[in-house]
Design a protein around this ligand. Structure first.
Ligand code: GAR
Length: 224
Protein backbone atom coordinates (compact mmCIF):
# COMPACT_ATOMS: atom_id res chain seq x y z
CA UNK A 1 0.00 0.00 0.00
CA UNK A 2 1.44 3.37 -0.92
CA UNK A 3 2.06 5.38 2.24
CA UNK A 4 1.21 9.05 2.80
CA UNK A 5 4.10 10.46 4.77
CA UNK A 6 4.65 13.51 6.93
CA UNK A 7 8.41 13.87 7.42
CA UNK A 8 9.35 15.89 10.49
CA UNK A 9 12.76 17.56 10.52
CA UNK A 10 14.68 20.02 12.65
CA UNK A 11 17.95 20.25 10.77
CA UNK A 12 19.93 19.20 7.73
CA UNK A 13 17.42 16.70 6.40
CA UNK A 14 19.85 14.21 4.91
CA UNK A 15 17.52 11.38 5.96
CA UNK A 16 14.66 13.24 4.30
CA UNK A 17 16.82 13.38 1.16
CA UNK A 18 17.43 9.63 1.31
CA UNK A 19 13.67 9.07 1.54
CA UNK A 20 12.99 11.46 -1.36
CA UNK A 21 15.62 9.68 -3.47
CA UNK A 22 14.17 6.25 -2.65
CA UNK A 23 10.69 7.41 -3.68
CA UNK A 24 11.93 9.10 -6.86
CA UNK A 25 13.85 6.06 -8.04
CA UNK A 26 10.99 3.67 -7.31
CA UNK A 27 12.39 1.77 -4.32
CA UNK A 28 9.94 3.24 -1.82
CA UNK A 29 6.20 3.08 -2.38
CA UNK A 30 5.19 6.30 -0.64
CA UNK A 31 4.49 9.95 -1.23
CA UNK A 32 5.56 12.82 1.00
CA UNK A 33 2.46 14.88 1.72
CA UNK A 34 4.24 17.29 4.04
CA UNK A 35 7.69 18.20 5.36
CA UNK A 36 7.16 19.83 8.72
CA UNK A 37 9.85 21.62 10.69
CA UNK A 38 9.96 23.29 14.09
CA UNK A 39 12.91 25.39 12.87
CA UNK A 40 12.47 28.02 10.21
CA UNK A 41 16.09 27.67 9.03
CA UNK A 42 16.18 23.86 8.79
CA UNK A 43 17.96 22.94 5.55
CA UNK A 44 15.50 20.06 5.22
CA UNK A 45 12.91 22.66 4.16
CA UNK A 46 15.14 23.69 1.25
CA UNK A 47 15.59 20.07 0.24
CA UNK A 48 11.79 19.65 0.26
CA UNK A 49 11.26 22.82 -1.79
CA UNK A 50 13.88 21.64 -4.30
CA UNK A 51 11.66 18.62 -4.96
CA UNK A 52 8.39 20.54 -5.02
CA UNK A 53 7.17 19.08 -1.74
CA UNK A 54 4.73 20.91 0.56
CA UNK A 55 6.35 22.36 3.67
CA UNK A 56 5.19 23.89 6.92
CA UNK A 57 7.00 25.51 9.83
CA UNK A 58 5.51 25.44 13.30
CA UNK A 59 7.80 27.00 15.88
CA UNK A 60 7.33 25.46 19.29
CA UNK A 61 8.13 28.79 20.98
CA UNK A 62 4.89 30.19 19.55
CA UNK A 63 2.78 27.80 21.65
CA UNK A 64 1.94 27.86 25.35
CA UNK A 65 2.44 24.16 25.92
CA UNK A 66 3.73 21.00 24.31
CA UNK A 67 0.11 19.86 23.99
CA UNK A 68 -0.85 23.00 22.06
CA UNK A 69 2.18 22.65 19.76
CA UNK A 70 1.45 18.99 19.09
CA UNK A 71 -2.26 19.73 18.48
CA UNK A 72 -1.20 22.25 15.81
CA UNK A 73 1.11 19.66 14.27
CA UNK A 74 -1.68 17.06 14.21
CA UNK A 75 -4.09 19.36 12.40
CA UNK A 76 -1.44 20.51 9.90
CA UNK A 77 -0.47 16.91 9.17
CA UNK A 78 -4.12 15.82 8.79
CA UNK A 79 -4.85 18.83 6.56
CA UNK A 80 -2.15 17.58 4.19
CA UNK A 81 -3.54 14.06 4.10
CA UNK A 82 -0.60 12.31 5.77
CA UNK A 83 -1.07 9.45 8.20
CA UNK A 84 2.42 7.97 8.61
CA UNK A 85 4.91 10.04 10.61
CA UNK A 86 8.62 9.89 9.83
CA UNK A 87 10.88 11.47 12.46
CA UNK A 88 13.97 12.36 10.46
CA UNK A 89 16.10 14.30 12.90
CA UNK A 90 13.12 15.91 14.63
CA UNK A 91 14.53 17.12 17.92
CA UNK A 92 11.36 17.59 19.95
CA UNK A 93 9.81 15.19 22.40
CA UNK A 94 6.29 14.29 21.30
CA UNK A 95 3.34 14.23 23.68
CA UNK A 96 1.39 11.02 24.36
CA UNK A 97 -1.56 12.64 22.58
CA UNK A 98 0.45 13.04 19.35
CA UNK A 99 1.74 9.49 19.56
CA UNK A 100 -1.73 8.03 20.17
CA UNK A 101 -3.06 9.97 17.17
CA UNK A 102 -0.78 8.19 14.70
CA UNK A 103 0.49 5.04 16.46
CA UNK A 104 1.75 2.60 15.41
CA UNK A 105 2.64 4.46 12.24
CA UNK A 106 5.41 6.64 13.66
CA UNK A 107 9.01 5.72 12.80
CA UNK A 108 12.16 7.30 14.19
CA UNK A 109 15.84 7.08 13.34
CA UNK A 110 18.38 7.25 16.12
CA UNK A 111 22.18 7.48 15.71
CA UNK A 112 23.11 4.73 18.21
CA UNK A 113 22.33 1.11 18.91
CA UNK A 114 19.33 1.48 21.21
CA UNK A 115 18.83 1.03 24.09
CA UNK A 116 22.37 2.44 24.39
CA UNK A 117 22.77 6.19 24.12
CA UNK A 118 19.20 7.36 23.83
CA UNK A 119 18.66 11.11 23.72
CA UNK A 120 19.79 14.04 21.63
CA UNK A 121 23.51 13.13 21.30
CA UNK A 122 23.67 9.44 20.47
CA UNK A 123 26.93 9.50 18.48
CA UNK A 124 28.74 11.87 20.83
CA UNK A 125 27.67 9.94 23.92
CA UNK A 126 28.94 6.70 22.37
CA UNK A 127 32.35 8.26 21.64
CA UNK A 128 32.54 9.72 25.15
CA UNK A 129 31.74 6.30 26.60
CA UNK A 130 34.50 4.69 24.55
CA UNK A 131 32.47 2.00 22.79
CA UNK A 132 34.06 0.07 19.94
CA UNK A 133 30.82 -0.46 18.06
CA UNK A 134 27.96 1.96 17.65
CA UNK A 135 25.44 2.34 14.85
CA UNK A 136 21.87 3.33 14.19
CA UNK A 137 18.37 2.12 14.94
CA UNK A 138 15.04 2.53 13.17
CA UNK A 139 12.17 1.91 15.56
CA UNK A 140 8.47 2.38 16.09
CA UNK A 141 7.78 5.25 18.46
CA UNK A 142 6.02 4.73 21.75
CA UNK A 143 5.38 7.13 24.62
CA UNK A 144 8.88 6.73 26.05
CA UNK A 145 11.70 8.52 24.22
CA UNK A 146 13.83 6.22 22.02
CA UNK A 147 12.14 3.17 23.53
CA UNK A 148 9.77 1.74 20.90
CA UNK A 149 10.15 -1.67 19.23
CA UNK A 150 13.22 -1.98 16.99
CA UNK A 151 12.74 -2.61 13.27
CA UNK A 152 16.31 -2.64 11.91
CA UNK A 153 19.78 -1.75 13.15
CA UNK A 154 23.17 -1.21 11.55
CA UNK A 155 26.30 -1.71 13.63
CA UNK A 156 29.12 0.67 12.73
CA UNK A 157 32.62 0.43 14.24
CA UNK A 158 33.70 3.37 16.38
CA UNK A 159 37.34 4.21 15.67
CA UNK A 160 39.69 4.97 18.57
CA UNK A 161 40.13 8.70 18.99
CA UNK A 162 37.54 9.51 16.35
CA UNK A 163 35.85 12.88 16.41
CA UNK A 164 32.16 12.43 17.36
CA UNK A 165 31.12 14.37 14.26
CA UNK A 166 33.04 11.95 12.04
CA UNK A 167 31.38 8.95 13.67
CA UNK A 168 27.99 10.65 13.30
CA UNK A 169 28.67 11.12 9.56
CA UNK A 170 29.64 7.47 9.09
CA UNK A 171 26.53 6.39 10.99
CA UNK A 172 24.35 8.69 8.87
CA UNK A 173 25.40 6.83 5.71
CA UNK A 174 23.69 3.72 7.13
CA UNK A 175 20.65 5.60 8.40
CA UNK A 176 20.20 6.63 4.76
CA UNK A 177 19.92 2.97 3.79
CA UNK A 178 18.02 1.40 6.67
CA UNK A 179 15.41 4.16 7.12
CA UNK A 180 13.96 3.97 3.57
CA UNK A 181 14.15 0.18 3.87
CA UNK A 182 12.11 0.17 7.09
CA UNK A 183 9.51 2.48 5.55
CA UNK A 184 9.27 0.24 2.49
CA UNK A 185 8.72 -2.79 4.73
CA UNK A 186 5.88 -0.85 6.36
CA UNK A 187 4.46 -0.04 2.92
CA UNK A 188 4.61 -3.70 1.95
CA UNK A 189 2.75 -4.71 5.10
CA UNK A 190 5.69 -6.85 6.22
CA UNK A 191 6.02 -5.42 9.75
CA UNK A 192 4.10 -6.75 12.71
CA UNK A 193 4.59 -5.75 16.33
CA UNK A 194 4.43 -8.33 19.10
CA UNK A 195 5.22 -6.62 22.39
CA UNK A 196 8.81 -5.41 22.11
CA UNK A 197 9.43 -7.51 19.01
CA UNK A 198 8.98 -6.48 15.41
CA UNK A 199 8.65 -9.30 12.91
CA UNK A 200 9.80 -8.53 9.39
CA UNK A 201 8.08 -10.96 7.09
CA UNK A 202 10.46 -12.84 4.77
CA UNK A 203 13.50 -10.93 6.04
CA UNK A 204 14.46 -12.61 9.29
CA UNK A 205 15.44 -15.91 7.73
CA UNK A 206 18.24 -14.11 5.87
CA UNK A 207 21.39 -13.81 8.00
CA UNK A 208 22.54 -10.35 9.05
CA UNK A 209 24.44 -8.93 6.13
CA UNK A 210 27.80 -7.25 6.13
CA UNK A 211 27.92 -4.20 3.94
CA UNK A 212 31.23 -2.33 3.66
CA UNK A 213 31.72 -0.69 7.04
CA UNK A 214 28.63 -2.03 8.82
CA UNK A 215 26.62 -5.06 9.82
CA UNK A 216 22.89 -4.70 9.09
CA UNK A 217 20.15 -6.80 10.66
CA UNK A 218 17.66 -7.79 9.32
CA UNK A 219 19.51 -7.76 6.00
CA UNK A 220 18.55 -5.08 3.52
CA UNK A 221 16.50 -6.00 0.48
CA UNK A 222 18.10 -5.52 -2.92
CA UNK A 223 18.34 -1.85 -3.79
CA UNK A 224 18.77 -0.47 -0.28
C1 GAR B 1 20.32 11.79 12.40
O1 GAR B 1 21.58 11.25 12.71
C2 GAR B 1 19.26 11.25 13.34
O2 GAR B 1 19.48 9.93 13.72
C3 GAR B 1 19.42 12.16 14.52
O3 GAR B 1 19.60 13.44 13.96
C4 GAR B 1 20.28 13.30 12.71
C5 GAR B 1 19.51 14.06 11.67
O4 GAR B 1 20.24 14.15 10.49
N1 GAR B 1 18.28 12.11 15.38
C6 GAR B 1 18.38 12.12 16.70
O5 GAR B 1 19.44 12.25 17.30
C7 GAR B 1 17.06 11.95 17.44
N2 GAR B 1 17.31 11.64 18.80
P1 GAR B 1 19.57 14.72 9.17
O6 GAR B 1 18.83 16.01 9.55
O7 GAR B 1 20.72 14.99 8.26
O8 GAR B 1 18.63 13.68 8.65
Amino acid sequence: MSLSLAVLVSGGGSNLQAIIDAIEDGRLDASIKLVLSNKVDAYGLTRAANHGLPTAVLQHGDYDSREAFDAAMISTIRDHGADVIILAGFMRILTPGFIREFAPNILNTHPALLPSFAGAHGARDAVDYGVRISGCTIHFVNEIMDNGPVIIQAAVPALPGEDPGDLAKRILRYEHRIFPQAIQWLAEGRLSIDGRHVHVQDAEAIPAASTPGALVCPALDEGF
